[in-house]
Design a protein around this ligand. Structure first.
Ligand code: PGA
Length: 248
């Protein structure tokens, strides 16, 4: 099955010369990569168009790191999913734990954004694993259930989940592959409870948190992740390309 490898560049590349050198290096690294997997990069929103125009020829898809839950109107500072889509982006990361932490996004906010993204065929990558209080399993149950209960089986099939344990983000430490596999199966069991086993098994569930070339194979073959959401390592086109090569 095709894996999805997504680079989340977060709020980096603070000037255009850093952006340009990233894209130049990226083109060099990806020039010779032949992969059957799907690769996407999510740059800061202001660079979305530049990334699309510059990297599209490598076959890499572009995504955004967030969007708003309305398509247009008086929402100062927000970005419409329609704008994102019109630039050529295919994905939008929603509910990342950094947005839940610093922008106080709730499960309801995330569900509203998923609704709008789906309406215009922008594929949402819904991050789960944020814990503000209580335990991880209960938090994940709430984060997944708000999606399963509000969306039909047909809609759910166009959503990707990403299991991102908070302790793994930016720490260099991942849980064991058994622990990650258990959580991926747990997420599938929550989907299955509302939409059945067949639907649950067809949904892409990524793993995110300290993914590097050295652990990506095990994450996909032993933990059975359908792909990875890569933060830190995607800031180096060389390291990101190594991750992609490992899964070939
Ligand atoms: P990391 O970030 O790879 O730097 O741990 C992952 C993420 O935040 O999506």
């Amino acid at each position: 099955m095709q894996k999805l490898i997504v680079g989340n560049l977060k709020m980096n590349m603070e000037n255009v010369s850093q952006r340009d050198s990233y894209c130049k290096d990226f083109l060099e690294e990806f020039r010779d990569i032949k992969t059957n997997n799907h690769v996407a990069v999510c740059p800061p929103i202001v660079y979305l168009e530049y990334f699309y125009k510059t990297l599209h020829k490598t076959g890499v898809s572009i995504g955004a790191q967030d969007c708003f839950w309305e398509l247009y109107g008086s929402y100062t500072g927000n970005t419409s999913p329609k704008t994102i889509k019109s630039i050529g982006a295919e994905f939008v990361i929603l509910g990342h734990s950094e947005r839940r932490t610093y922008n106080h996004e709730t499960n309801e906010d995330v569900a509203r954004k998923v609704l709008m993204a789906l309406r215009i065929d922008l594929m949402p990558i819904v991050c789960v694993g944020f814990v503000s209080s209580g335990n991880e399993m209960d938090s994940i149950k709430e984060q997944v259930e708000i999606i399963t209960k509000n969306f039909s089986e047909k809609e759910i099939e166009n959503i990707i989940f990403a299991y991102e344990p908070m302790s793994a983000i930016g720490s260099g430490k991942t849980p064991s592959t058994d622990e990650i596999h258990t959580m991926i199966m747990y997420i599938r069991s929550i989907i299955s409870a509302t939409h059945g086993k067949e639907c649950a098994e067809s949904i892409g569930i990524l793993y995110g948190g300290s993914v590097v070339a050295e652990n990506v194979t095990a994450l996909c073959t032993k933990a059975y992740a359908d792909g990875v959401l890569v933060g830190g390592a995607s800031l180096s086109p060389r390291k990101f390309a190594q991750i992609v090569r490992m899964l070939n």
